[in-house]
Design a binder for this molecule. Structure first.
Ligand code: 5AD
Ligand code: SF4
Length: 456
């Protein structure tokens, strides 16, 4: 069948979709790029906020309507519609109340079953539901399709943090660290196929090897004497031939250990950027959220990263309008963001999720007030981003080229080690994945502009 996978949500979902595409291709199906051509469409759903779930379920509804010849004929050839991902696990059998004619629904850790489910649907079955157990280890996790020079690699599944507002542990199950030897073999194979940059994924990736051992007794010892599992993984991946960069996400301040900082300093392939969601700057709210750090501890983690490299990029996620968030709590978030000097920030309006601890609390910050707080933080971040980027004017950044800039195809765009977008005028032909040294001439809140330096 000609198939298409639509992805909502975070990098985990992007990765799972990529694996599903590779599994479907291996089963003889053909990936297409438009709904107009597709006979099989799979929607990979997110449920972290109510709006995210609605978008995915709505999309699926439209596709089913198209299949039945109702509504707009967005997908004239579609025969099978499937829903996968986090929303399926949250809704369980209720998914068929919202989408009665869905062909199959499959939860996050069971995506390896999809080729088989497609066969069953073609044989006439409908409304198939597959829900993974919380400890399930997915099959097909190492399947990769035709990739660009960048690739995601799952290293830690699930989450055991249980923050009060977050539905992720309910839908993505318990933490499970993949054996380091599997991860290293996967990255080696990718590098041999021309991948230059990997991004290691886990909801709380610095908890790698905490709940279950990632390194086994007969693995080779760490040459640098690393004892913590994640820095030791960085050490092993830094030695992979052909690989240029290693990124990872997301992190928790408790994982910002001395060994992690040592790994950043010692391994040139490890990019100097950390996405470190803070969620709030108010100690009272942090405690309610069950984040297990104080404002001071969070700021100490940031200071530690910037102490060895002042240009180290730190980005974050913040929630505004958590139940009971006062003006003073909000102002504490504002001042923390200023003190931390974030290079970028994503702000989310609190959305109660069924079954989470905070869903039992009144969602008492009015929508307009959440919107106002969101806007204030974004405006602050624009000013801060400009100031942080201004400091880089005149410096030379090593950029890994991604492709023509979206806004102006005559310019090329790539990222520096700190994940900052750098746009520049190419001098001669360029290939995606090539490193180019660029002298920064101009700074904006979200991008840097520069000229390539020769010889490179
Ligand atoms: N409401 C709003 N934002 C949320 N996030 C997680 N759960 C919720 C929720 N219930 C945000 C957090 C997290 C990001 C991926 O989504 O900031 O870091
Ligand atoms: Fe959405 Fe969270 Fe699932 Fe990612 S893990 S897709 S953010 S619910």
């Amino acid at each position: 069948m000609k198939f298409l996978v639509h992805t909502y949500g975070c990098q985990m979902n992007v990765r799972d979709s990529e694996a599903v595409e590779a599994l479907l291709v291996a089963a003889g199906h053909e990936k297409v790029s438009t709904e107009a051509e597709a006979e099989l469409v799979i929607v990979n759903s997110c449920t972290v906020r109510d709006m995210a779930e609605r978008k995915a379920v709505g999309k699926c509804g439209n596709l089913i309507a198209a299949k039945e010849g109702r509504g707009k004929t967005i997908a004239p050839h579609v025969k099978v519609v499937g829903l996968m991902g986090c929303a399926v696990k949250r809704m369980g059998a209720d998914v068929f109340k919202s989408l009665p004619n869905l062909d199959f629904a499959v939860g996050p850790r069971r995506f390896g079953a999809i080729p088989r489910l497609v066969e069953r649907c073609l044989a006439g079955e409908k409304r198939i539901l597959e829900l993974p157990d919380d400890d399930e280890v997915p099959t097909g996790m190492d399947a990769h399709g035709v990739t660009s020079f960048q690739c995601f690699v799952t290293v830690l599944l699930g989450c055991d943090n249980r923050c009060s507002y977050c539905i992720v542990p309910d839908v993505r199950g318990h933490e499970y660290s993949r054996p380091a030897r599997e991860v290293v073999a996967e990255v080696r194979a990718l590098a041999a196929r021309g991948v230059k940059e990997v991004c290691l994924l886990g909801q709380s990736v610095l908890r790698y090897g905490v709940r279950n051992p990632a390194w086994l007794p007969d693995d080779p010892p760490s040459p640098g004497g690393y004892v913590e599992a994640f820095p030791r993984l960085l050490e092993a991946l830094n030695a992979v031939d052909g690989l240029a960069r290693i990124r990872f996400t997301s992190a928790h301040p408790k994982g910002c250990t001395d060994e992690l900082v040592r790994a950043y300093a010692e391994f040139p392939k490890v990019c100097r950027h950390l996405h470190l969601p803070v969620q709030s700057g108010s100690d009272r709210v942090l405690k309610e959220m069950g984040r297990r750090y104080t404002r001071a501890e969070y700021l100490a983690a940031v200071a530690k990263l910037r102490a060895f490299d002042p240009e180290f990029a730190v980005t974050t996620d913040v929630i505004v309008g958590y139940p009971g968030e006062t003006e003073a709590d909000f102002e504490a978030t504002r001042s923390l963001m200023e003190e931390a000097g974030f290079d970028n920030a994503f702000v989310f309006k609190y959305s109660p999720r069924p079954g989470t601890r905070s869903a039992a609390l009144p969602d008492d910050v009015p929508t307009e007030e959440k919107e106002r707080r969101d806007q204030v933080l974004l405006a602050d971040q624009q000013v801060r981003g400009q100031a942080r980027n201004d400091r880089l004017v005149g410096t030379v950044r090593e950029v890994l080229v991604e492709g023509p800039s979206l806004r102006n195809a005559a310019r090329w765009s790539g990222r520096d080690s700190g994940n900052r977008i750098v746009v520049f005028e190419p001098k001669g032909p360029l290939v995606a994945g090539t490193p180019v040294k660029v002298r920064i001439t101009e700074a904006h809140p979200q991008i840097l502009i520069g000229l390539p330096v020769f010889p490179n």
